[in-house]
Ligand binder design. Sequence first.
Ligand SMILES: [Zn+2]
Length: 207
Amino acid sequence: MNRTNSRNSNHKKHTPERSCTVCRVKSDKNTLIRIVKSPDGKPVIDVAKKLQGRGVYICPDTDCIAKARKSGILAKALGTEIKQDFWDELSKVSANTAVNKDLKLKSILGLAKKSGTLIIGTDNIERDKRSLLVMTASDCSDNVRNFAQSKEYISLNLNTEELSKVIGSRGGVQIVALPLTPSSSGFSKSAKLLMSLYSVKGDTLFE
Ligand SMILES: [Zn+2]
């Protein structure tokens, strides 16, 4: 454990940044849409950001998508033709990524807490033997982040104060988790939705 801490003490692990092919603005990789050219030459939206091949990134933004379409820059970057149905799909994914992510996250966490499904704190998460999706506050401590990194985890766009508020706690909540195993409460589905919104793992709603 000490070894891990010393290795990470000087550089916190951040999500890599990527540039939007259209506006060139750099953003957290997880907030951009990745598009790859599939082996059969078609453009594919890589929700999990794990597909092999030449990939380009674009903002989940109507302006960037419209510009990409007009200029042909996306087709050029991918080296493939882009058809109408792809633009439709891209707009759909974009709307989902940009607008609803925050709301969905907050409602899922709030409901999970109310139903008693949400697991709060490293001790409870460690004790839980199910397969879990772990979520950390953006300003969590290095220890909490190191703990989370050993698991399937999402770094939320909520700080400790906001996360605590969302789940109706008085404060200090740095880490929560949802079970990924199917259960009667149905929260494994919510967890999978969050994973797709945050581009974690291959299970997505867009497949
Ligand atoms: Zn852009």
